[in-house]
Design a protein around this ligand. Structure first.
Ligand SMILES: Cc1cc2nc3c(=O)[nH]c(=O)nc-3n(C[C@H](O)[C@H](O)[C@H](O)COP(=O)(O)OP(=O)(O)OC[C@H]3O[C@@H](n4cnc5c(N)ncnc54)[C@H](O)[C@@H]3O)c2cc1C
Length: 403
């Protein structure tokens, strides 16, 4: 058999859809198998940093991001009592340094914009993968409903509970001890300043609170992270109790109290990550996004890294010959694994430093954060926001530093 590889993508989250959209752009067909019977995203926001926003704009998402998202002007970090610890300019500074804005977007709007690019043809909804195996030089996909499909490349974009990952390693999600309440509040219910295009974050002992406007500034998205004693036993995602949210952040300053007071619908997640993946690919199978490197949300990079993975993989698979697939997947892993492992480790480390108890270590942390206030902090993120996925150039730029 010869010619172009048949590409099967498992999962239509941000990672899977970005891969499909990037492949479509180069005229490379694929099929996307999604377990859900209809496409519906959760009611929550997502931050898109320039390292991903730049690629999404190149794919053609710029108008949708500008219309339905919010281009963030600044990030402000406060202590739980309300004192400003540090701030980082985004806005035009991000565009100058990193060639893209920093967006805050409702997940449903991002998903819709990606779906518009992909179209319905590659999507195979209601297909829950049960197992993947190899038959000589082909991969065989077995779905829960009994369907069997064959492909030359299988990409697991099937999230933290990935079935595809099981072909590569036997591991399990690691409970962080933390849970998160998430939701959306109409900005009109909040004080006027709430609608400003800012990401605001408050840090306190064992917990923190983040909020930012999405949906063209009409809704305030929030994520409130706090200890969860019974996390290991409870379900992955559940309806949260607004009273429990309010109690977890009682006495916190200003907007935190306003948002928790007006949050009448909240969802609650348990936060897990996984160990670093020792090998990302085997012959004709690989993983991307949370299937490859689920991370705690302390750097707000999980979806951004899924986009980078997708762009990198699409650039390698575009126009590829099926015989070259194993070598291309090895190149993909070589480029992506060190970077995502560093971000996974960084996210884990931040889960401690962002939640320090009031005292000398917290004061020292705040002092260091103050030193990086303003453009300094933005320049320090060159390794993160300046990275250019989709070319081997990206790895070289990381080593040599980006200006
Ligand atoms: C509180 C919180 C805040 C966050 N904030 C940010 C942020 O601001 N910025 C950021 O970059 N990241 C953020 N993240 C992380 C981000 O949400 C994830 O990293 C990202 O959504 C992962 O995308 P994905 O496409 O890899 O996986 P997923 O979004 O999990 O998609 C996986 C898809 O695969 C499908 N699927 C699963 N199993 C199967 C199967 N067996 N067969 C077929 N289909 C299957 C699922 O239905 C789903 O559609 C946050 C995470 C949390 C918890």
């Amino acid at each position: 058999m010869s010619g172009r590889p048949r590409i099967a993508v498992i999962g239509s989250g941000i990672g899977g859809l970005t891969l499909a959209a990037s492949l479509a752009r180069s005229g490379t067909p694929c099929e996307v198998f999604e377990q859900a019977r209809s496409m519906a995203e959760i009611g929550a926001g997502v931050q898109l940093a320039p390292n991903a926003a730049r690629h999404l704009e190149r794919l053609g998402l710029g108008p949708a991001l500008r219309e339905h998202g919010v281009a963030v002007e600044e990030m402000r970090v406060y202590g739980w009592g309300g004192e400003l610890i540090t701030w980082t300019p985004f806005g035009s500074a991000c565009e100058q340094l990193y060639r893209a804005p920093y967006y805050a977007v409702h997940r449903a709007h991002l998903q819709k914009a990606l779906l518009d690019l992909v179209g319905s043809r590659p999507l195979r909804l209601g297909h829950r993968l049960r197992s993947v195996s190899r038959d000589e030089d082909e991969m065989v996909l077995a779905f829960e409903d009994g369907t069997i499909c064959r492909a030359d490349v299988v990409v697991g974009a099937d999230g933290i509970h990935s079935v595809v990952r099981e072909s590569l390693v036997r591991d399990a999600p690691v409970f962080s001890g933390l849970g998160v309440f998430r939701g959306l509040v109409p900005v009109e219910r909040l004080p006027a300043a709430a609608g400003e295009p800012l990401i605001r974050m408050w840090l306190g002992p064992g917990r923190h609170f983040v909020c930012y406007p999405v949906a063209g500034g009409r809704l305030m998205s929030f994520a409130a992270i706090a200890p969860l004693a019974d996390g290991g036993a409870e379900s992955w995602s559940a309806t949260g109790d607004p009273a429990e949210l309010a109690a977890a952040f009682e006495g916190w300053h200003g907007l935190v109290a306003d948002v928790t007071h007006h949050a009448d619908t909240v969802r609650r997640w348990t936060l897990y990550d996984r160990p670093e993946l020792p090998a990302w690919s085997a012959d004709r199978l690989t993983v991307l996004g949370d299937a490859a490197h689920p991370m705690l949300p302390f750097m707000a990079q999980g979806a951004n890294q899924a986009v980078e993975d997708a762009v990198e993989l699409a650039s390698l698979l575009a126009g590829a010959h099926r015989a070259d697939v194993p070598e291309l997947l090895a190149a993909y892993e070589q480029t992506r694994a060190p970077r995502t492992a560093a971000i996974q480790r960084g996210s884990r480390a931040f889960s401690e430093t962002m939640h320090l108890a009031d005292g000398p270590r917290q004061r020292e942390r705040d002092r260091l954060m103050r030193l990086a206030a303003g453009p300094t902090g933005l320049r320090e993120r060159a390794w993160l926001y300046g990275h250019e996925a989709g070319s081997r150039r990206g790895a070289r730029q990381d080593r040599e530093g980006v200006s």
